[in-house]
Design a binder for this molecule. Structure first.
Ligand SMILES: [Zn+2]
Ligand SMILES: [Zn+2]
Length: 196
């Protein structure tokens, strides 16, 4: 059974939008975060409610935004599920129905980073900063990927036996299979990188 506040919220949101009400399905999950799904064809909004009450509310409003913006509109063959139209409705609902902007940005942005771009365009307070932070994090990650740290400088492989295995005595890497066969035929070079 859905809690009374959730039933009331569905009624209020749909009345304000002049939309029919979906059937609200509600079940509980033993975790903090909620998740939801909207089936326009079945007339159903289904929520799996975690323990965090603000997250329950935000997730229900997210699904109601789907309910109010059925995305039959397709762009390049793909449904714009979380597009500009959707987020105009979603962030509007969050604001009107008691989700502070900072919480909306943190939670929606945590699940769907692309929402930050839309929130910024919609002028949600704090969205510009959150969007910039996200872009910086992506750039940092790309930079560390492009420049792996050299763990062991480039060297000529020196094969040594180590029990059942053969290793390179310079860097300690185990050499097996076709690589071992090749290195036995002719010398090779090693460069050990940390790509983590
Ligand atoms: Zn969604
Ligand atoms: Zn080596």
């Amino acid at each position: 059974m859905a809690p009374a506040w959730a039933v009331a919220l569905v009624a209020e949101v749909c009345a304000a939008a002049g939309a029919p009400e979906p059937t609200l399905r509600w079940r509980r999950a033993a975790r903090a975060a909620s998740s939801g799904v909207t089936r326009p064809e079945g007339g159903v909004v289904a929520l799996t409610a975690g323990s965090d009450e603000l997250d329950q509310r935000l997730t229900l409003l997210h699904e109601l935004a789907h309910w109010l913006t059925p995305t039959r509109r397709r762009r390049r063959g793909r449904t714009a599920h979380h597009g500009a139209d959707f987020y105009a409705v979603a962030f509007g609902l969050y604001r009107v129905h008691g989700i502070p902007d900072a919480e909306a940005l943190a939670r929606e942005g945590g699940r769907y980073p692309s929402s930050l771009r839309h929130a910024r365009a919609l002028g949600v307070v704090g969205a510009d900063e959150a969007w910039r932070r996200h872009r910086r994090a992506l750039a940092d990650r790309a930079r560390t990927r492009r420049a792996p740290r050299v763990l062991v400088a480039e060297h000529t492989v020196r094969l040594v036996r180590d029990g059942r295995w053969t290793r390179c005595s310079v860097c300690g890497v185990r050499v097996v299979g076709p690589t071992l066969a090749r290195l036995r035929r002719r010398s090779g070079r090693h460069l050990l990188l940390d790509v983590g």
